[in-house]
Design a protein around this ligand. Structure first.
Ligand code: SAM
Length: 243
């Protein structure tokens, strides 16, 4: 992959989606991230998306769609970050943020840690652990301005996993594909029980060519009151009997 080709594709795809033009430093970091991710992906299952347009659109542009829901200098947690989405692109485009990337798979977290170091993203901390366990640790519970997650679980489950991390006045921001709208109506109870305000839903479309469009739904719930201590439950209960 040539840097010039990558750079032009990125600029074009960002422009098609009405994002601000990335600056040189951001483009160089995205290029390094792409080369590194695709290389590590040969031996570690990081992503099924390996074509250049797909990586730029579905990993980078998609990750950045959450940025406008995150206040300046916020402390955020990305639950189930996997190979670092949205954490890594957010850290590249929002150096003001302090980002904790959490995932239950230790190997992916080792990769995210190494990648953050390679890219000089020193405000990104990657932690291997389960959300339902970390949510009960005193330095994590009700401690973040924003808890976000992309492609981790259905919204009623995600609300119970994420809202306990959010401080009062902060927000839970879920990144979803087209099914997000239906999930939002099914999660009213879970969000309320975990201390969140009724969800506000935003829809958008992403495209790499102005012909094919992918629908995305972003669901935001503001934290109104502290999450009762009994949540989150054990994962077996959360998944068998979502709130
Ligand atoms: N957010 C990334 C993305 O959009 O590319 C990864 C999505 S991947 C489909 C889901 C990830 O969530 C997996 O890496 C999995 O280990 C993690 N995960 C699922 N449930 C979790 C939990 N309760 N605590 C921590 N990580 C979890």
């Amino acid at each position: 992959m040539e840097y010039q080709e990558f750079k032009q594709k990125c600029i074009d795809i960002f422009a098609l989606n009405n994002f601000s033009a990335p600056i040189d430093e951001q483009l160089k970091k995205l290029f390094t991230l792409t080369e590194h991710m695709l290389e590590v992906n040969k031996s570690l299952n990081l992503t099924a998306i390996t074509d250049l347009d797909g990586v730029i659109l579905k990993h980078y542009a998609d990750s950045i769609t959450v940025s406008k829901y995150i206040p300046e200098n916020a402390k955020i947690i990305d639950i189930g970050c996997g190979a670092g989405f949205p954490s890594l692109p957010l850290a590249i485009f929002r150096p003001d943020l302090s980002i904790t990337a959490l995932d239950g798979t230790a190997k992916r977290i080792e990769y995210v840690k190494g990648t953050a170091k390679l890219l000089g993203l020193n405000k990104l901390t990657a932690i291997a652990g389960r959300a339902e366990e970390y949510a009960n640790k005193s330095d994590f519970r009700e401690s973040f301005d924003v808890a976000t997650a992309r492609a981790v679980a259905a919204l009623p489950i995600l609300a119970e996993l994420c809202l306990p991390f959010v401080k009062k006045g902060g927000s839970f921001v879920a990144m979803k594909a087209a099914q997000g709208e239906n999930e939002a109506s099914a999660s009213t109870n879970a969000i309320k029980l975990c201390g969140g305000a009724p969800a506000v839903i935003s829809q958008l479309e992403l495209t790499a060519n102005n012909e094919d469009f992918e629908k995305r739904v972003i669901i935001v719930s503001q934290k109104l009151i502290a999450t009762p201590a009994k949540y989150p439950r054990h994962y077996s209960q959360i998944s068998k009997k979502p709130l």
